[in-house]
Design a protein around this ligand. Structure first.
Ligand code: ARG
Length: 591
């Protein structure tokens, strides 16, 4: 089923070409800015009028005269300096609704793209030997939502979890493990299955030993070399640390309902043997040069505060490679081996300069075209004081603790509102609402801005929140249950609808919005903005509310009830699809 907006675009485009004697211009059909003016507006008339040097309103009249569109729209209207306003016919909307219904178990009438691409999405990227903190929340869930959207559109998505599992800090950690093993009294069992909290504590110890104890620092250097060459016990220690930490990632991902699996991990260490080749190739291409002993690329257009060329450092004077080198290797690998048509990086806006330089250097080296590479940046999560969210002690907030608190708070609300539910139902609702609230609040904010993290706001039952959306879904489900209790065969009745009866304005308004689900998905995917989807869903829930207030469902007459049951069902299915399939937020049948 072709999206309405695309059909309109084609028809108007054809009429425009005729009206302008073959001169081409884009129709630019957009959703109307104000429903007063209709459902869609044509923005392309004025640019076309300029091209053919004619008054835009005259061009608009010509277009309307040749336009064949009365199967879809009411009579088009010209407005302002030369917009054309379009309003969908109730009959057309009614037909679409049935088409969506015919596909309601699967894709709700949303077609797959005719041009599927291979798209690498690099997201989450936490660091080994550290717990995930709130800073990883956004990358993880926004990245996951982007993957879900693109996959639903029919693209081949390759998730890449570029974890920080390599670097000199692992030399220190391994040296400490070695020390502990050596110093352990003979015969004492060593717990090799350390928890992540232990490893974080080791990390602090190792850092201080490294600073204050020369012998330890020497061992740490030996360990770094050993990690590279594979000699000694070092790789074994490192593997243990990686295993413990990835187990923790796994738990967080599962709680967040994100689609990242262990097989998507391709950490920095994966590229270690490619780094010398990256440097050599950039030198050979005369892009990299030595500067103060380090190897750097100075891509054009990047300057520091003093106006000096800014280096993209790919090898330090001691021979060590950097984050930048690994990223170049990963990029080349993704294009050459994973056959990426597009690579999307989801990180904090503070890494923007790094990615701008990375993309520039990759383009100079001929590894990728600039338009294949996209940095999806996002703002910070702030505390109620407007500063980056921290614990009272001033530490990074651990993601695990944050999620636990969200679920506990949601549980308290459930206990209060629904004390009689069985305990396992209460837990299920608390989990869906608590985790959903954290995710939804993040998604519903414009991703490029910072936002203030507030449990009270995100758990509120009104406003654009997860609980509001989940409640809207559960409410529709309860209408259906009530209907069944009263002996109404809900499924049977709505399956018999041959022509949806959309006579009430609130019915038509809701139906039109349901038809536009595909547009919301398209808009969210093309700009990588989950908030377009949450805004659509929120509007859907509001339109449903208006409909339900104005149009009785179970008590409606035989001429109206089947269509109204159908509207209920499609609204519920759309909310459920948006929340659970595209945003990864659970719904519950009862709240
Ligand atoms: N590990 C990095 C961090 O915690 C994020 C990695 C992002 N991906 C990349 N290819 N650089 O900041």
């Amino acid at each position: 089923m072709k999206p309405v907006i695309d059909i309109l675009d084609e028809r108007i485009g054809a009429a425009m070409a005729k009206a302008a004697g073959g001169v081409r211009g884009a129709a630019m059909v957009r959703p109307a800015t104000d429903p007063k003016f209709g459902d869609y507006q044509v923005n392309g008339v004025m640019p076309l009028a300029k091209k053919v040097q004619t008054d835009p309103r005259t061009v608009a009249e010509l277009i309307i005269r040749t336009l064949k569109i009365n199967d879809i729209c009411e009579k088009p209207e010209i407005a302002g300096p030369g917009f054309i306003n379009l309003r969908l016919k109730a009959n057309f909307v009614a037909d679409r609704l049935l088409e969506i219904n015919a596909d309601s178990q699967k894709r709700l009438g949303v077609e797959k793209t005719t041009q599927p691409k291979t798209i690498v999405v690099d997201f989450s990227g936490p660091n080994i030997a550290k717990q995930m903190h709130v800073g990883h929340l956004r990358s993880t869930i926004i990245g996951d939502c982007i993957c879900r959207l693109l996959e639903f559109q029919g693209h081949d998505v390759k998730r890449q979890n570029h974890i920080g599992d390599w670097g000199t800090q692992f030399g220190m950690l391994c040296a400490l493990f070695d020390k502990i093993l050596l110093e352990a009294p003979r015969g004492e069992a060593i717990n090799r299955d350390e928890t992540l909290a232990d490893i974080e504590e080791f990390y602090r110890q190792a850092q201080s030993l490294y600073k204050n104890n020369e012998e330890f620092a020497r061992t740490a250097h030996v360990a770094v070399v050993g990690l590279h060459t594979g000699d000694g016990p070092w790789v074994t220690y490192w593997k243990g640390i990686v295993k413990t930490t990835t187990k923790h990632f796994r738990e967080v991902y599962d709680r967040l309902c994100v689609t990242l699996k262990d097989e998507h991990i391709r950490g920095e260490s994966f590229y270690k043997d490619m780094l010398s080749d990256i440097v050599a190739e950039l030198k050979k291409k005369k892009l990299a040069e030595e500067s103060d002993g380090a190897v750097c690329v100075f891509p054009e257009g990047f300057k520091n505060k003093e106006g000096q060329p800014l280096p993209f450092i790919i090898q330090k004077s001691d021979g060590a490679y950097l984050y930048a080198t690994t990223d170049l290797a990963a990029l080349r690998y993704r294009v050459q081996e994973l056959k990426a048509d597009r690579i999307i990086y989801v990180t904090d806006a503070r890494q923007s300069l790094h990615f701008q330089m990375l993309f520039k250097v990759a383009a100079l080296a001929g590894w990728a075209k600039p338009d294949m590479l996209i940095h999806i940046a996002f703002g910070s999560v702030l505390g109620e004081n407007g500063k980056p969210l921290r614990t009272r002690e001033g530490e990074n907030v651990k993601l695990k603790d944050l999620l636990t608190e969200a679920v506990e708070r949601a549980k308290a609300v459930v206990e209060e509102k629904n004390p009689d539910l069985p305990p396992e139902r209460k837990d299920e609702i608390a989990r869906a609402v608590g985790i959903g609230a954290v995710k939804y609040a993040d998604f519903s904010n414009n991703r490029t801005s910072d936002y203030v993290f507030s449990f009270n706001k995100m758990l509120a039952m009104d406003g654009n929140t997860a609980p509001y959306m989940q409640y809207a879904y559960a409410r529709i489900k309860s209408i259906e249950r009530k209907g069944k209790d009263r002996g109404i065969d809900v499924e049977e009745e709505q399956s018999k609808v041959e022509k949806a009866n959309l006579t009430e304005p609130a019915e038509l308004d809701l139906a039109k919005h349901l038809v536009r689900y595909v547009e919301a998905i398209g808009a969210a995917a093309v700009d990588y903005r989950p908030n377009y989807l949450t805004a659509y869903l929120y509007e859907l829930a509001q339109k449903f509310s208006a409909f339900y207030t104005n149009c009785p469902v179970l008590d409606a007459g035989a001429d109206k009830r089947p269509t109204r049951l159908l509207l209920c069902d499609l609204t519920a299915k759309t909310i459920k699809h948006g929340l659970s399939e595209l945003l990864g937020i659970e719904v519950v049948e009862q709240m």
